[in-house]
Write a protein of this length. Structure first.
Length: 356
């Protein structure tokens, strides 16, 4: 029977969108089953790993290095050679496509890169020029391509992979000349309108690379209508639209939860509308949630326990003229007063800082 041990990651602080997304990207890249929780005191990520394979952060970094080695020449994502679509020299961005082209590409359900494509774009909404809407997890500037969002952070990490990935998990050190790809509000960004490649500085390369790998976990919400609507009436998982503004909102929780469990949480909390976001008269954001969220216990899938959400976090991209702005945390209040349909769920009897 597999024994899971907790590994605390002080570099990945869940209050920051970059820290949260990097933790999701880390879980996504661990090929073995791993669980994720958050410290209610520090808001650090805690990854619960197979004790026979991982004893600490060094082992996690070694696993990430093996994944990085699987990126094929000219590509950007481990084990993926069909996404992002490669641009011909001097050609337009191949991921800027019309809804008809998107549908044609997604007709073959067995085609490689399909899940990434459906997370990056949607044919159910268009921008002002009639192209498929791009997920708000991604923002590019000037003449950068959408695929640059994955390609250049990978190249940056390859410069000093072990050091940069270790710093991502243990404590961030900002690197001069490293672009944060608008996931990090504390980095600096060029506003040159013709910028083509990386044009930022003082970012955290390891965390940025991991965060880009989380985007595939948050595809656009499906809608029954196939009519193309302007701008973004449909949104990717965890995004809300409030008073004309897109808001990213996510929970932090204490129960060790694996990927399948988190998908269920997104479905119940976000997709079914069980997290009610509103703006108070003083312009502060407030979310109403249920007192408990029932999911499978990590040590007994037949037992339903509370996920242990202890706070909700939020971020937006503030208006910044014509140029997109970085994801920036915003204050949000949490109220636990929505009625629980099936009654309250019990707390897990285990401890997030002990093995199970």
């Amino acid at each position: 029977m597999t024994k899971y041990v907790p590994v605390e990651l002080p570099g990945l602080v869940g209050d920051e969108p970059l820290g949260f997304l990097a933790a999701i990207g880390l879980i996504n890249q661990l090929s073995e089953v791993a669980y994720l929780s958050w410290s209610p005191e520090s808001h650090w990520a805690i990854v619960h790993c197979d004790a026979s394979r991982y004893s600490g952060i060094d082992d996690l970094v070694s696993a990430l290095l093996r994944r990085l080695d699987k990126v094929k020449p000219g590509w950007a994502i481990p084990y993926e050679t069909d996404f992002p679509l490669r641009r011909r020299s001097g050609g337009p961005d191949p991921l800027r496509m019309r809804p008809d082209e998107f549908r044609a590409r997604t007709m073959n359900r067995y085609k490689g890169g399909l899940s990434w494509l459906k997370a990056a774009l949607t044919d159910e909404a268009t921008d002002a020029d009639g192209y498929c809407a791009v997920t708000p997890y991604i923002a590019v500037r000037g003449r950068q391509t959408i695929g640059s969002f994955w390609y250049y952070p990978m190249l940056e990490v390859r410069k000093e992979p072990r050091r940069l990935l270790t710093e991502a998990l243990t404590g961030w050190r900002r690197v001069e000349g490293a672009d944060g790809w608008l996931l990090d509000p504390h980095a600096s960004y060029s506003t040159y309108p013709e910028v083509r490649g990386p044009a930022g500085s003082m970012a955290v390369p390891g965390a940025t690379w991991l965060a880009t790998l989380a985007v595939g976990e948050f595809p656009f919400q499906s809608r029954s209508s196939r009519a193309v609507q302007p701008i973004r009436p449909t949104r990717p998982i965890l995004w809300h639209h409030l008073d004309g503004q897109d808001v990213l909102m996510w929970p932090l929780w204490t129960l060790p939860a694996r990927g399948n469990t988190l998908h269920a949480v997104w479905n119940v909390g976000w997709r079914s509308g069980a997290w009610e976001l509103q703006r108070l008269p003083d312009e502060t954001l407030e979310v109403r949630i249920r007192p408990t969220h029932g999911v499978a216990a990590p040590d007994n899938i037949d037992r339903t326990v509370d996920l242990g959400i202890f706070t909700m976090c939020a971020a937006t991209r503030p208006h910044n003229g014509q140029m997109p702005a970085p994801l920036t945390p915003v204050p949000i209040q949490t109220r636990r007063d929505l009625p629980e349909k099936y009654g309250d769920y019990p707390a897990w009897s285990g401890s997030q800082r002990s093995s199970f």
